[in-house]
Design a protein around this ligand. Structure first.
Ligand code: SME
Length: 164
């Protein structure tokens, strides 16, 4: 059994430090990318409050659209074209997208009507986007610069362990 929950009272930067360390520990020595993404999605869900969706979209080699990967939350759209929505924009531009109000984001894809804000971070392997990490919240402006830095650190840490 792997029991992990951030200690009460930790500041956000320390929560993310612990989250990254736990993700590395959980995926250590495991070569199955699906298993590793599934555990990382569960870890994010366990560690971070006020989420209604947390998981991965994958970009298989040569593909022109993202494909749904392991996640926690309501069933979601399976394929997202590069450049479409928040996820497709993050993948096409290789730049994280921190969206305070999803209704104001042109082309936002509403998988869960409860979502009000969203953070999407590309996962890069040797310069190529292999996936994005997508977090949705029912709260407006849920994600700040510390969340962005923390999820980017996670993406960087696990990039070599989630490729299929
Ligand atoms: N809102 C995303 C789609 C994925 S769901 O949020 C799970 C987007 O606009 O790309």
């Amino acid at each position: 059994m792997f029991a992990f929950a951030p200690a009460a009272g930790l500041d956000k930067a320390d929560v993310y430090k612990d989250l990254v360390a736990a993700a590395l520990a959980l995926t250590e020595g495991e070569s199955d990318g699906v298993a590793n993404m599934a555990n990382c999605a569960a870890l994010i869900w366990t560690c971070l409050p006020d989420l209604n969706w947390a998981g991965f979209y994958r970009l298989p080699t040569g593909a022109t659209e993202l494909v749904l990967g392991p996640f926690i939350g309501k069933p979601a759209c399976i394929r997202i074209a590069l450049g479409s929505g928040v996820c497709g924009t993050a993948a096409a531009t290789r730049a994280s997208q921190c969206v305070a109000d999803v209704h104001a984001f042109p082309g936002h894809i509403a998988c869960d009507a409860d979502s009000r804000s969203e953070l999407v971070v590309p996962v890069l392997r040797e310069g190529r986007v292999i996936a994005v990490i997508d977090l949705d919240s029912p709260l407006p402006a849920r994600f700040d610069a510390e969340d962005l830095a923390g999820i980017e650190a996670l993406a960087n840490a696990i990039a070599a362990r989630i490729e299929l």
